[in-house]
Design a protein. Sequence first.
Length: 486
Amino acid sequence: MQTLKPNQAFPAGFLWGGATAANQLEGGYREGDKGLSTADMVTAGTHTIPRTITLELEEGANYPSHEAIDYYHRFKEDIKLFAEMGFKVFRMSIAWSRIFPNGDDAEPNEEGLKFYDEVFAELKKYNIEPLVTISHYEAPYALAQKYNGWSNRKVIDFYVRYCEVIFNRYKDVVKYWLTFNEINILSMKFGFFVAGAMMPNGNSSFTDIEGIEEQMLFQSLHHQFIASAKAVKLGHEINKDFKIGCMIAYMCSYPLTCAPQDVLLAQQKDNMSNFLCSDVQVRGAYPGFAIRYFHDNDINIVMEPGDEEILKSGCVDFYTFSYYYSACVSADPNQEMISGNFALGINNPYLKASEWGWPLDSTGLRWTLNNIYNRYQIPLMVVENGLGAVDTVEPDGSIQDDYRIDYLRAHIKDMKEAIIDGVELIGYTPWGCIDLVSAGTGEMKKRYGFIYVDKDNEGKGTLDRSPKKSFYWYKQVIESNGEKLD
Ligand code: BG6
């Protein structure tokens, strides 16, 4: 007789690790013949002062990507620390402007390619699998200047050429790829930051998103969808064993009340914020609710003949996402909004929040995992999650970050519950496994890492690395394959 039994634990071979992005980590912004990237044009802000996009580099301004945490020179030391924690996987991005300094160059930049040869060799030394984001919130700045970024269809070809070069070069050392980081954030009006595109009204603001034309954003997004599909197809031709995924900033939205209007709104938000992009990338076609939204809002996506076939031919192999918090939605316009990273919602009275006001909700991660898996039934990976917090260095040099451990423990417990629920979860890479520059605020003091980096918001510090309490905690989590969480 056979009985049905749920999975009880993280599967063998589960990919535990950590996540980063080139512009928040590497520095060396002009070294090895790297070109300027769009991220290099964004100044640091603070919790309350927004980051600014400058069209020329301004003398004396603080651009956090220029030095970041100097991983460009210290990656060997950092990877050694990741190995000490037992990482199985390391999520990183390639800076496109290291490979094609202007984006449209005839030949790739050998110096840039060599840098990543060295990084991958170092990871291999410790059997750490790279998970590479091809474009994480940056593009060569020249593409923004000359073509207005992703609003221009020509950029698709530059991106695909870039993919061709890195796929061929690293085909034997990289298996897991993500085409675009948090592709859905583009539709949330961060045109320049995400797509290097200046809005027709000249608005390049980081935070003033009112009045930004959706037409251009959705057209740029369409270009990224085509680019992603072409990259997936090409990648599989270059190496049939490649696993190429999408990456969504998952906005977990609860209805504020059980009023049917709130419940419907939460579903609409889930559709438009989360599932529009993944329906295109996982299923290969625009979903009906998006087509209706375009129609109702006079948005006309210009498609070329063959676009629908391209989308169908480049469906991703797995689904990855970031999850930090949940928020509520309400049909009542008088509810007060809170802000998270690049997205807005309404406060949930049942939840506490981080120092940066992000609600703490590990149950939302379990809900999200089930919600996504119910829809697609393909392997999932949580490729960003974590607590941005201020850390204090004790007189003895230690950092007692129990708050971070509590946050991660709760989320890991809920991931396990989701696995028991039947979700096929294959990996977990908490964000900013080593302290790095915050994307939202440009600060250093908003830290996520297991490894402390001595650098402050003004850019001062020795850049020395030191393990926090969470470093040793995460090491035992990995060693026990997620069983030992105390
Ligand atoms: C995600 C991004 O949105 O959130 C990362 O992919 C970012 O690049 C992370 O750093 C955390 O946000 P923040 O603003 O705290 O850095």
